[in-house]
Design a binder for this molecule. Sequence first.
Ligand code: PMP
Length: 391
Amino acid sequence: MAEDVTGGPAGDPFAWTAAEARRRADAGLVRALRPRPAEADVLDLASNDYLGLTRHPEVTEGAAGAARRWGGGATGSRLVTGTTALHAELERELAEFCGFEAALVFSSGYAANLAALTALTARESLIVSDAGNHASIVDGCRLSRAETAVVPHADPEAVDKTLGAHPGRRALVVTDSVFSVDGDAAPLGALAGACREHGAALVVDDAHGLGVLGEGGRGALHAAGLAGAPDVVATLTLSKSLGSQGGAVLGPAPVVEHLVNAARTFIFDTGLAPAAVGAALAGLRLLRREPRLADRARTVAATLHGRLTAAGLSAVRPDAAVVSVRAPSPEQAVRWAADCRAEGLAVGCFRPPSVPDGISRLRLTARADLTEDQIDRAVGTILRTAPPSHG
Ligand code: PMP
């Protein structure tokens, strides 16, 4: 083993990467970059464009208009030159739409999670984190240098017990609202109950809930009656339902103000590009005008799930717009996705190490703008190309 990690001819400090590549290839886990095909050539069930807004003329014009007005980049960090009137407008409208007192926009959802977890904890803090949380939450916990207790997936009793074992400690519970691998929802009500019992804060990453869950897509926290609560913070991405790019943290005004002063991914990062802000604002206004988009995404998810499981495939009942279909092995998952692609259907493919339980999946996005014909075509292709043991 040792020579795989350190070996190689003297003078080539990266020779070990070739050994790593061989190991990945042997395990069927090579990841490759592939340019996205033109949308006319492929039916897209792989993206996170849940509401089909990213190419909407109002969204692309929102981006173009913002770039023309404010430039191609933000020109500096938010605290120096990187805050435009448009950033402030987006923050106001995001907070209002989701039901929070204040919002702060970041250059990505990843940076938003790092900000919340590092700036709202101290070394003496306890973070209680669901085992299925997104990698950006995992990294935020590590970067915080607080003690992190990883609890079993969607287990509020384990959260309660862990908090109870650390009385008097400053504590924060963090969870995805909808888990990105299986598309299942977190038990937010029970988690909030446990937090209140022990005086802990609740941080919820609503990346997959915004635009899909809650009244008119106001998100999972709105749906759970927790939006705007004094002990709750939400993190968001603008890159899924809103059809743009970027992230946000929403919460009580003093908490958001604290992030402005303490979150390193806010202070030392260039502000979100005006084009992304303009696109997100347009996406948000569209969503407010068309509240049925959120219902439609959930309906498409339920239809895909119902038809695939009726045909014998194993899939988790979707709580939002992610439909996760199990594959027998990483190799078969890759082949299945490639066969779909050859038939003009793009699907996501999750394999270790992205899936902590080692089970590979196809991941389907139930876009709100899919027509019944497109749903038929997608279901037909997935069933036709399924590995033998899967129908
Ligand atoms: N949280 C979750 C649950 C996600 O799925 C993602 C992105 N895929 C992120 C955070 C990161 O957001 P962004 O892509 O905007 O950095």
